[in-house]
Ligand binder design. Structure first.
Ligand code: KIV
Ligand code: ZN
Length: 514
């Protein structure tokens, strides 16, 4: 009998700490519903104390999700824990995840606390958290660079105080698989009452080893892995959930564990997260990259046709590649549209929002014969903006591009009931459109990233554009989708500008204090 490996997804918290990946409440709820459908055990919905918006987002996820445990991160202080406890209150099953740094460098330089003070604070934190729930997780931030004796000491104390999950993060992605496995093994051997808790790992990918370290830890006794969809997360990201899950499943002959994940939901989750955050998936990414199951070389194609397992260790359909199915067409009605949106986890909040979305769907169906789930996701994620935050709106765009001529764009934006117009030339039609936009808005932003992807196959596919803008310390991603990629680009730029205008200051959980 193999043990259950708990899959703890932190896409909505650590994933959200990636530059520009911050998500609105509704976007978080949509991703959380997909994670629930995938049967993720624990969804870390955010850091409730970061801002009122973050608090509301964690609470909305706690209200929406029924089958997964919903968790909020909290630093080891009373206020953070109170916010986390209040935010998860509506959850059928809620967890508070509290943490404090334990490495010499973090304790001395960041926290300015002695090891004794850190232990005392951690124990108090567990007590505060237990006033809200018995399901309390404790993390020793930067455990990967902490002293083993100190980790044993603090873990012994927090277990005594009532922590049920003990998480060992390799916060800076410094560890190597054998070393990390040895750390987990030693902790489980040495910490009193280790068998009363679930041992968890949280690995960052700075050396590209997050998945390898997590799997090595599982071999050493860890029974929870913290991971994110597409490996999103701080800096180089976290362990990729799809890789961890598929490694455990594909090598069930070696791993003493199994997960409860419905793997057919992996690709839809990957696409949804990519669309919402604006982080494209690299084509050669394991499991969810567009090439992950594509065989280019003639020898491989021949082999796969003769016998699939000559070159494939997993089946594309097992991870959801075939769920790309035709959903709606030009003649589909409003009810069919609404119920398909619900099936893919999108609930429109008002009849007006549904009507507006339906009008856009009809527009798209006029241009594109086959509408897939991915088209609907893009239609909703790129364009459905809370009207309160939609300061600029694209009213029209005309672009002239001809060989031998300088491309020109003329754009009209709506803003606060006014029509604003500008024209500009550029090195290409996208450049001209962005220059025309900037003539109107003078945003003072720097363009950090511009990327285009086809959402589905075929030349009538919608192009999905991501634009990342920076202004001072703030970075936002904007998305736009359209069958015309110049229009998609303008929409993405405007979406980023609107997000910049609506971003609020949020606390960084791994910032300076406790
Ligand atoms: O990387 C890390 O250490 C974290 C903790 C807050 C768990 O994200
Ligand atoms: Zn982390």
């Amino acid at each position: 009998m193999s043990d259950r490996l708990v899959i703890f997804d932190t896409t909505l918290r650590d994933g959200e700490q990636s530059p520009g990946a911050s998500m609105s409440r509704d976007e978080k709820v949509r991703i959380a519903r997909q994670l629930e459908k995938m049967r993720v055990d624990v969804i870390e919905a955010g850091f409730a104390a970061a801002s009122n918006g973050d608090f509301e987002a964690v609470r909305a996820v706690a209200e929406a999700v029924k089958d997964s445990t919903v968790c909020s991160l909290a630093r080891a202080n009373e206020n953070d824990i109170r916010r986390a406890g209040e935010a998860i209150r509506p959850a059928c099953s809620g967890r508070i995840h509290t943490f404090i740094a334990t490495s010499p460098i973090h304790m001395e330089k960041k926290l300015r606390m002695t090891p004794d003070q850190v232990v005392e604070q951690a124990v108090k934190a567990i007590g505060w958290a237990r006033a809200y729930t018995d399901n309390v997780e404790f993390s020793a931030e930067d455990a990967g660079r902490s002293e083993l004796d100190f980790l044993c000491r603090i873990f012994e104390q927090v277990i005594k105080a009532g922590a049920k999950t003990i998480n060992v993060p390799d916060t800076v992605g410094y560890n190597l698989p054998e070393q990390f496995a040895a750390l987990i093994r030693s902790l489980i051997e040495r910490v009193p009452n280790a068998d009363q808790v679930v041992w968890s790992v949280h690995c960052h990918n700075d050396l590209g080893l997050a998945v390898a370290n997590s799997l090595a830890a599982v071999m050493a006794g860890a029974r929870q892995v913290e991971c994110t969809v597409n490996g999103l997360g701080e800096r180089a990201g976290n362990a990729s959930m799809e890789e961890v899950v598929m490694a455990v499943r594909t090598r069930a002959d070696l791993f003493p564990v199994h997960t409860g994940i419905d793997t057919t939901q992996i690709v839809p989750a990957s696409k949804l997260v990519s669309q919402i955050t604006g982080y494209p998936v690299q084509p050669n990414k394991a499991v969810v990259g567009a090439n992950a199951f594509a065989h280019e070389s003639g020898i491989h194609q021949d082999g796969v046709l003769k016998h699939r397992e000559t070159y494939e260790i997993m089946r594309a359909e097992d991870v959801g590649w075939t769920t790309n199915r035709l959903t709606l067409g030009k003649l589909s009605g409003r009810n069919a549209f609404r119920s398909r949106l619900q099936d893919i986890g999108i609930v429109t909040e008002s009849e007006e929002q549904l009507n507006a979305a339906f009008a856009r769907f009809k527009e798209l169906a006029d241009k594109k014969q086959e509408i897939f789930d991915e088209d609907l996701q893009a239609l909703m994620s790129a364009d459905v903006v809370d009207p309160a935050f939609e300061h600029y709106k694209l009213l029209s765009l005309r672009v002239c591009s001809e060989t031998g001529e300088v491309p020109r764009a003329a754009i009209t934006l709506g803003a606060a009931g006014e029509e604003l117009k500008a024209e500009a030339e550029g090195s290409g039609p996208v450049d001209a459109a962005f220059k025309a936009l900037e003539k109107i808005v003078s945003s003072g932003t720097e363009l950090l990233l511009y990327s285009v992807n086809a959402i589905t196959g075929g030349t009538d596919a919608q192009g999905e554009v991501t634009v990342r803008l920076a202004k001072g310390e703030r970075i936002v991603n904007g998305q736009g989708a359209d069958t015309d990629i110049i229009v998609a680009s303008a929409k993405a730029y405007i979406n980023a500008l609107n997000r910049l205008g609506s971003e609020v200051i949020r606390l960084d959980p791994q910032g300076e204090t406790v």
